[in-house]
Design a protein around this ligand. Structure first.
Ligand code: SAM
Length: 240
């Protein structure tokens, strides 16, 4: 099995922290209605930045974090293990959104920064899988990421984070690669204190774009009512 995050896995946690400083509050807010009486699920948990928000939103619930990438799972597991409160109640599963066995009842589902990894058919199947398991009032929380259409995105540095005398920098650009997808080309650099490049890595990944009205229609098809909130965080609950 190949690991899409084999190269970027080293950088992802560090470079996602600034984005999660902004996402934490809107995601916690969107998780209102989550129920600790059923399983709290984080799909494509990555290094666990969202898992922590989910666990914090429902302090007594059992959390399942699903992560297909072995590199990211190693970071996730070590971060969970280092937190005595989380290590009691977060179970890490090696699996993906469509193949993982799901519990019958879900008290909330988080799927942040991952929906573009699923094809349109996969996305609809995923929405159905979780919709039929969410207990009444429990939210599915995910987000939309630009571009909404298959268009070019010029190169931009997303984040630069210092650790020791190095600064870790991540950036990328995107090009259309199909009727509903782009290919992101990422560049990661480790810079020394004087700005010279110590190391440079590149990674590319396929990303399915989704316009908000398309996603809202697919949520409705799955029996959910969705709304788009701050920072394009989408909250959906089962239609009463
Ligand atoms: C950009 S990362 C986001 C990680 C984390 N949710 C966050 O927001 O920090 C995308 C995540 O989706 C995961 N992923 C990729 N394909 C997936 C699939 N088919 N099912 C579930 N997760 C998947 C990746 O391994 C990665 O952890």
């Amino acid at each position: 099995m190949t690991d899409d995050y084999q190269i970027s896995g080293e950088y992802l946690h560090l470079l996602s922290e600034p984005a999660w400083q902004a996402l934490g509050t809107p995601v916690a807010e969107a998780l209102r209605g989550a129920s600790g009486a059923a399983t709290l699920l984080d799909v494509g948990a990555g290094t666990g930045l969202g898992t922590e928000v989910l666990a914090g939103a429902v302090p007594d619930g059992d959390v399942v974090a699903v992560e297909p990438s072995p590199v990211l799972r190693a970071v996730l597991l070590s971060r969970i293990a280092a937190r005595p409160d989380l290590r009691q109640r977060v179970t890490v599963l090696a699996g993906d959104a469509l193949g993982v066995d799901l519990p019958d009842r879900l008290g909330a589902v988080l799927a942040m920064n991952m929906i573009g990894h699923l094809s349109p058919e996969g996305r609809r199947l995923f929405l159905r899988r979780v919709a039929e398991r969410l207990v009444p009032g429990a939210p599915l929380v995910l987000n939309l990421q630009p571009p909404a259409e298959p268009t070019s995105v010029p190169f931009e540095v997303f984040a630069a984070v210092p650790v020791g005398r190095h600064t870790y920098e991540g950036g990328g650009s995107a090009e259309p690669s199909g009727p509903d997808s782009v290919t992101w080309r990422m560049r990661y650099r480790v810079l020394d204190a004087d700005g010279t490049t110590v190391r440079e890595d590149h990674a590319a990944y396929h990303w399915h774009v989704t316009a908000s009205e398309v996603l809202l229609a697919e949520l409705a098809e799955a029996g959910l009512v969705g709304e788009v909130g701050p920072l394009d965080v989408v909250r959906a609950v089962r239609r009463p």
